[in-house]
Write a protein that binds this ligand. Structure first.
Ligand code: SF4
Ligand code: SF4
Length: 287
């Protein structure tokens, strides 16, 4: 079983379009949406939820007013000023360090686990998908990404799937690092702009740091052919395989408006390019 993650240094480069297309093309696979802060793969794949689970992560202090003797020790101890003069914990300010609970002589402070989001196992027209939703203003998206990855891998192993196709988290922070661990191929989707190259090179560095093999796709390459050449030059100099270039194609937007992947839509240059990219990747990864 091979795990492929589609990433981009930033949002809006066509990462989810590419993930949806690979989901349509790859046979015998499990999909995972690791963009847990702003998941949108479900808009293309319309999943039917089969299992729903709570995601608990981190802790927040809570004061049992029946036990509290209002000595104020917890207020002095909390360096985050998360406890009010009324001996109530502000859950937004509380960092969950547990020090107040340690110093409270009455054992009145309980550290409660936070409900940080939900994760799901769903059916789609292309097969099973594991995805998640992080609660508003919740942190720990890296942990949730790791959980989604783990569940997708377990599902792929139990189904005897050949592929796990992952929509990676954007950026270069903790969630993208969690998206990259143990991956067989990271496909970086970029666009022909200076910031596109900058963001792609940063995420490639992160992938390389974790010894993940990287391939790159230039989306809408014809909108700036000079910049596309720059990106190809960067690939040559940095030993990154540019596995394909996709022309700007109105069909991509039209397909999305109809809730379809580009593969399910009428024939187009973008569809043809993505099919060629997948054939190449499949061959390389199967060795
Ligand atoms: S340390 Fe304990 S007893 Fe003292 S004010 Fe805080 S919660 Fe109440
Ligand atoms: S757990 Fe830490 S941050 Fe939260 S109220 Fe207690 S001392 Fe403050």
């Amino acid at each position: 079983m091979k795990q492929i993650v589609i990433i981009s240094g930033k949002g809006g480069t066509g990462k989810t379009v590419m993930t949806g297309a690979l989901a349509a093309l790859a046979q015998n696979k499990v999909m995972a949406d690791c963009d847990v802060d702003a998941a949108d793969l479900h808009l293309l794949l319309s999943p039917t939820v089969k299992e729903s689970h709570e995601f608990r992560s981190g802790k927040t202090a809570w004061i049992d007013q029946n036990l509290c003797r209002q000595c104020g020790k917890c207020i002095s101890a909390c360096r985050f000023e998360a406890i009010t003069e009324e001996y109530i914990v502000d859950p937004i300010a509380c960092e969950g360090c547990g020090f107040c609970s340690f110093v409270c002589p009455q054992k009145a402070i309980i550290m409660q686990e936070n409900l940080s989001g939900d994760w799901f196992v769903s059916d789609t027209r292309f097969g099973p998908m594991v995805h998640a939703k992080l609660g508003i203003a919740e942190e720990n998206s890296g942990k949730l990404v790791a959980l989604v990855r783990k569940k997708a891998k377990e599902l792929a192993e139990s189904n005897g799937s050949e592929w796990v196709i992952i929509d990676g988290a954007p950026g270069i922070g903790c969630p993208v690092i969690a998206s990259l661990s143990g991956i067989d191929c990271a496909l970086v989707v970029t666009e022909p702009t200076l910031s596109g190259l900058h963001d792609a090179s940063r995420v490639i560095e992160v992938a390389r740091h974790f010894s993940v093999p990287v391939k790159l796709v230039i989306n809408k390459y014809d909108l700036n052919t000079q910049m596309s050449e720059e990106i190809e030059k960067y690939c040559c100099e940095n030993n990154v395989e540019c596995v394909g270039k996709i022309m700007f194609d109105k069909s991509v937007v039209q397909a999305m408006v109809e809730g379809k992947t580009i593969i399910e839509y009428e024939d187009s240059s973008a569809k043809e390019a993505i099919i060629a990219i997948w054939e190449k990747m499949k061959k390389d990864l199967r060795g």
